[in-house]
Design a protein around this ligand. Sequence first.
Ligand code: AMP
Ligand code: ZN
Length: 471
Amino acid sequence: MGISYFNSLSRQIEPFTPRDPAGRTVSLYTCGPTVYNYAHIGNFRAYVFEDLLQRHLEFRGYTVNRVMNLTDVDDKTIRGCHAAGLPLAEFTKTFKDAFFQDLAALRIKPASHFPEATGAEHIARMIEMISTLIERGHAYQADDGSVYFRIHSFPAYGRLAHLNLDELRPSGRVNSDEYEKENIGDFALWKAWVPEDGDVVWESPWGRGRPGWHIECSAMATGILGPQIDIHCGGEDNIFPHHEAEIAQSECCTGQSFVRLWMHCKHLLVDNQKMSKSAGNFHTLRDLLDKGYTGREVRYVLLSVKYREPLNFTFDGLSAARGALARFDEWSRRIEEAAAAQPLDFTAAEPLPDDLKAEAFGAALDDDLNASAALGALFELIRETNKRLDAGILTPGQARSLVAWRDEVNSILQFQSGAAAIPAEVEALLAARAEARAAKNFAESDRLRDEIARLGWTVKDTKDGQKLSKS
Ligand code: AMP
Ligand code: ZN
């Protein structure tokens, strides 16, 4: 049986096939954080789901070329930097750094590319795309100086969110990045400068201004991955207007179908309520780490419920994750011990007995990434092998196969504890950073710390020098 995933566009489970004629490489675009605040665990539900997707594809032999953008200019970041009295780049840097630390703490594999919307090449591409859209009659500059996408020029507008434009009667133009379905209208591609923007401004053929949020993702996605992408993900709130707008902009520009498979995760709830600052149930990862929970435990909670089911976050759930991981650790220790019971040379790995149903784990993931069923299969196998270990009937050869199987499962779940070997790339960056610090080049040292964080490691400066830990 091959892999099947639910496509938000067709609202059906479909067999997965990448566009690559060799069938090996998958391009994946995932909408990243808006860096105006610390990401909350709801955001991380989306990123952990995407991590599970990437690792599942890799487990099945695909190579994944993944882009995760950072939205470092939009309505929210501009408002935030002015409230903080900081230049935009300085304001967003704090949250970018925090984001990379959080990704590492949650054992999320770094994307192949982390483009930032304010990157000069991306702004240039946004301007180029908007020019093309104007040339082709899909966009126009309005009296307010901003450029808008003409939604009626693209009959498929509304397909992803399953809206019928004729029934909706668009209500004019919308300049804000986010809007409700009731206020549908021509949306802003380029926003003319207004005094509230302060010094956040770029030159363009339509005067000074800044890009809208939606064109940022279209430009970074098609700029890095090309006009056609295999999979595009986000949380369910991204479907409208963000992804709907991305399809319209990209397809009107390139003339090609933008994305094969749209995947969206359901929202995370806290104690069955929407997470919000006002309800006081708003958690960031660092809040939970401060309370003594680990990134591994939070990861467990976030991936334990299938991505298309609502996930209700509770502290009881976190305690249950702690218990489950302790069971996993204990089992891991026992199978390693059993595998080492005879010297390697004498004990060839034996196939796992069929009745352990080891393949049920991967099969559950192949079935639209059913993580809860996959964890069910894992813990069933743990229960069964523990019984055989207790009875002394698990052979060392079987135990060795189990260790190999555990490693495969762990390549997806990332549950295993213990110190990890430091990769050579991280060692090299660490050495370069020591040199930069000795030369008092702190900007370079900060840059290298970020690079190291992107590879999943945290470096701290202590009186004894740099201390490295797996984030
Ligand atoms: P934002 O920083 O608001 O652009 O959101 C970043 C990502 O997190 C997007 O993919 C959102 O859809 C997703 N997201 C936001 N809130 C939640 C939530 N409560 N549960 C799951 N995903 C969310
Ligand atoms: Zn996006």
